[in-house]
Design a protein around this ligand. Structure first.
Ligand code: KG4
Ligand code: ZN
Length: 358
């Protein structure tokens, strides 16, 4: 019988301290032996965003406990592992270093292969934990730090079709929640209060909707929300209307840009049965899921979303990316260091900063 590969994964790139033990099953998807995520929401709540020093300290305080818990729940021992994977970037260096260093120590101590995983590849492959994916597929990656359309050609092979030229989508949700004082974390708060509002009440801009291909921009939308926020004061109903209108505008932008990305994907790959995979923290948003399912029906492709527990940051996706890379012999040297910036497509143009021409 073929040996089933089992990995310990560790994730500390931002404000979640996470560890998981994952085993590949016969169906080519994952058996989740354990998946522990400790969120630092309460630590960052009063600041309305992640404070790097606080996050790093909290990772340091929790990491051993979280790894022990993941190992205990998995009911396996270190010697049963085939490798150890940890997020090596992109993210906050002080945070990444915590998970990366302890993962290296565990790998060295137990004489197992070590893999430094790109957090974005973790998100990109995450729906594969539960569903067999077929390369190439189109990925819309929407998280707190990134917003990108990519062709996922294979493990380790990505072609970027578009990206945000300013804020990431999760960032736009978080800032909107902060401006409207809806609570933290922002994305789920906007989704919750938008349900109580009229999504057609405010007319908000859809920046670069008719230009720059499937690149995206949210900064102008954020400024418009700020302007309206100042006008409406503390009127609750109007706040909910603004949250709903913001979310509705995002959905319109995603509908149009994803349609362009699907067409681009069709042209480049000539693939018939197209899978549109949507991953990252923002993929948990139910209105975005519904919107992109509708688009997929129109475009004759299949929309795939990870289970919400695998949308936000977690270590199951890091262990899974580790397994996938290990099977391609992409094992890393123990000397690799953390990286704050690490694009999946190294040839993609850098789309931020002054002088950008669209
Ligand atoms: O993938 P993730 O957990 O961390 C990063 O890699 O950045 O994504 C976090 C982002 C945050 O901006 C959060 O507000 C957003 O995902 N998010 C949501 C929802 N749940 C999380 N945004 C909109 N609607 C949601 N339900
Ligand atoms: Zn993430």
């Amino acid at each position: 019988m073929k040996k089933k590969i089992t990995f310990l994964g560790i994730e500390t790139s931002c404000d979640e301290t996470a560890a998981a033990v994952i085993r590949e099953n016969e169906a080519g998807t994952a058996e989740i032996l354990s998946n522990i995520v400790s969120s630092q929401i309460n630590e960052h709540k009063k600041f309305g965003g992640v404070v790097p020093e606080l996050a790093a300290r909290s990772h340091l305080e929790n990491i051993e406990f979280i790894i022990n818990k993941a190992m205990r729940e998995s009911k396996i021992t270190l010697k049963d592992l085939d490798g150890v994977a940890a997020t090596a970037g992109p993210g906050l260096i002080v945070c990444l270093a915590v998970g990366l260093n302890i993962a290296k120590s565990i790998a060295a101590f137990s004489n197992k292969p070590f893999l430094g995983v790109n957090h974005l590849e973790g998100h990109a492959l995450s729906p594969g934990l539960e569903k067999k994916l077929e390369f190439p597929y189109l990925l819309l990656l929407i998280s707190g730090g990134h917003t990108q359309y990519l062709i996922v050609k294979d493990v380790n092979h990505y072609e970027q079709l578009g990206t945000t030229i300013d804020d990431a989508l999760g960032e736009a949700f978080d800032k909107t929640a902060k401006m409207l004082d809806l609570g933290y974390p922002g994305g789920p708060a906007v989704e919750k209060f938008a349900k109580l509002g009229n999504k057609n009440y405010f007319k908000l801009p859809k920046p670069i909707i008719n230009k720059a291909g499937c690149n995206l921009s949210f900064a102008g939308l954020k400024t418009a929300v700020l302007r309206e926020t100042k006008k409406i004061g503390n009127e609750k109903k109007l706040k909910y209307n603004l949250a709903a209108s913001f979310q509705n505008t995002i959905n319109k932008i995603l509908f149009k840009k994803t349609e362009l990305a699907i067409n681009e994907f069709k042209k480049k790959t000539e693939k018939k049965n197209i899978q549109l995979v949507v991953a990252g923290g923002v993929a948990a948003n139910k209105t975005i899921r519904k919107n992109l399912i509708e688009l997929s029906k129109k475009m004759n492709c299949k929309a795939i979303f990870p289970n919400p527990k695998f949308c936000g940051d977690n270590a199951a996706m890091i262990a899974w990316a580790g397994i996938k890379r290990f099977k391609k012999n992409l094992v890393d040297d123990i000397k690799i260091s953390a990286r704050s910036r690490w694009p999946l497509d190294s040839k993609a143009p850098y789309m931020k900063g002054p002088g950008l021409k669209l």
